[in-house]
Design a protein around this ligand. Sequence first.
Ligand code: PEP
Ligand code: MN
Length: 338
Amino acid sequence: MIIICKPEATEQQIAHIEEAIRHWGLKTHISRGVERTIIGVIGPEDVIREKPLAAFPGVSSVTPVMKPYKLTSFDFTHKRTVIDVNGVKIGDEKKIVLMSGPCSVESREQILEIAKIVKKTGASVLRGGAFKPRTSPYTFQGLGVEGLKLLAEAREATGMPVITELMDTKDTAAVAEYADIIQIGARNMQNFSLLKEVGRCKKPVMLKRGMAATIKDVLLSAEYILSEGNMNVMLCERGIRTFETYTRNTLDLSAVPALKKESHLPVIVDPTHGAGHRDLIPAMALAAVAAGADGIMLEVHNDPEAALSDGEQALLPEKFAQIVKQMRAVAVAIGKEM
Ligand code: PEP
Ligand code: MN
């Protein structure tokens, strides 16, 4: 349910409404707009419906959120969410965030070297997998906690916040200790226990779209996280499975405007996993910027042939620098910067 306050509603009236809602055992989420304040009421719909919300001074209207995803829906806030990760703002109307790094953390030298390269080129968030969801159990599975520690070292060295994947609820505490953003991978998008667990975490979460997930599925998975109290969620389009086998996945760029229409959450695009081949990634990255993505995630490796995972799709530093330059030009063309 959302309460739209009158433009002239006073701070005192708003505080009074919030107090009453909390007194009923319900929660609130406040969005302060230029014109008016919107109070989202969180709790069981049947309980909320019985409360005399419209009777409070300062209330203009009380409207139920009709979508199956409530807190995730744009109607809930009427305002875009901006997530502040150690000073890096994700979801900013004007500034597109670049997240880069290797697929996997492989060694201290490797992650420090690549972190420095991507930082110099313009990335503001460092990516790197420590727990790797691999299709084959015989391939590199990641360095685990050792990888998390190396990521923290790279953060120290470069000042960039780090994003890394959490695959299993048993590793939540460790990942939350070292990561600045917790990534939920495509294969776990509907692991509801994991979603609820990161919902109870205070850390920002990036939820990647499952390979066979519809837009509605993605939004309902995000709802699991938000409904546990964590509103700092960003969504990530990373390609879906279609009949096409030429590309690793089919990057669904229509997901960007669709998700941004339906939800207030920032939308990131990962052209690397979407395309899967180095030579296809540049065009998709430029298109993702043009489509309105709030952030772009790109895998970069200084020695892709020796990479322990996804070497065939990792960009070499020079190519990465060239794409960043082009993405910046596209960003400027649509009134943004990168
Ligand atoms: C990744 O980003 O490292 C990854 C494994 O991505 P996805 O879950 O999209 O396959
Ligand atoms: Mn990868």
